[in-house]
Unconditional design. Structure first.
Length: 265
């Protein structure tokens, strides 16, 4: 493949009935709760100065909640980076992202990090908004189908059956798998939040381009498993994929902590 083209979804998430939110409420809160456990004391103070008593876990859902307000419709493309072609190398992705000026999760993550780190003139409200967005979008890009294919809206058009419920592949990874564990976000975090110092160093050292590459290639493998429309997914699918999902949640939380420590620590 000579180059990558990025296509943005033309219709906002909240205006399409079959579109769901990345990770859902529980997933985003799990990522946020994991991140809180790896913050430096200085980062904790800096974040508290902006969010007050709002935890990272609770702040993580704000960018999805405000989709109901048309004032914030412009934020829709910030949640994802859709890939129209799966046959690319990491080097090709790096080359493409180096020229990326689109409104997408990649460009806006870099924007938010820079603004929070260097812009001393941000108002309190803007800081809070930017921090909430940063927390959320880092979670988003670790959900494989937020770096999925443009043609199927990141798996939203891939119809499957989750047990006896008609749904889509995006929603399975947003919410269904997580909800099937029947845990609160704090219980879920306590059950999976086990990392080594080496893991944390490796995950946090990876650039954002690597995060996107990992998520997209995971999405590609998941796409390949769906061979029929309305394919039935259930206990077997849960058993075979829950470890992968948990690792993505862990990576999201650890990397979020790393970025927040860079900004505030």
């Amino acid at each position: 493949m000579k180059h990558l083209k990025q296509l943005l979804i033309a219709i906002a998430f909240f205006s399409i009935p079959f579109t769901s939110m990345a990770w859902g409420k529980l997933g985003h809160r799990i990522v946020g709760q994991i991140a809180e456990s790896y913050l430096t004391p200085k980062a904790k103070l800096g974040i508290k100065a902006i969010l007050g008593n709002e935890t990272i876990a609770m702040a993580s859902n704000w960018p999805d909640f405000i989709k109901s307000d048309s004032t914030f419709k412009y934020l829709t493309p910030w949640h994802y980076v859709d890939m129209p072609d799966s046959n690319f190398s990491y080097k090709e992705l790096q080359d493409y992202l180096a020229k990326d000026t689109a409104v997408d999760a990649y460009t806006k993550l870099n924007f938010l990090i820079k603004e929070l780190k260097t812009n001393k003139n941000l108002t309190a409200d803007t800081k809070k908004m930017y921090l909430r967005l940063l927390i959320h979008i880092i979670g988003d890009v670790h959900q494989p189908f937020h770096v999925g294919h443009t043609a199927d809206l990141g798996g939203n058009k891939i119809e499957v059956q989750w047990f006896k419920e008609n749904t889509n592949l995006h929603a399975v990874w947003d919410e269904k798998l997580i909800q099937n564990q029947e845990l609160s976000y704090t219980e879920y975090t306590n059950a999976i939040n086990f990392t080594t110092p080496k893991q944390r160093l490796e995950w946090q050292a990876a650039p954002i381009a690597q995060w996107l590459y990992e998520s997209n290639h995971l999405a590609n493998s998941l796409y390949a498993e769906i061979t029929t429309k309305g394919q039935k997914l259930g206990y077997r699918y849960d058993f075979e994929h829950i470890a992968t999902l948990n690792e993505q949640l862990l990576k999201g939380g650890v990397r979020l902590a790393g970025i927040l420590n860079q900004i505030f620590g």
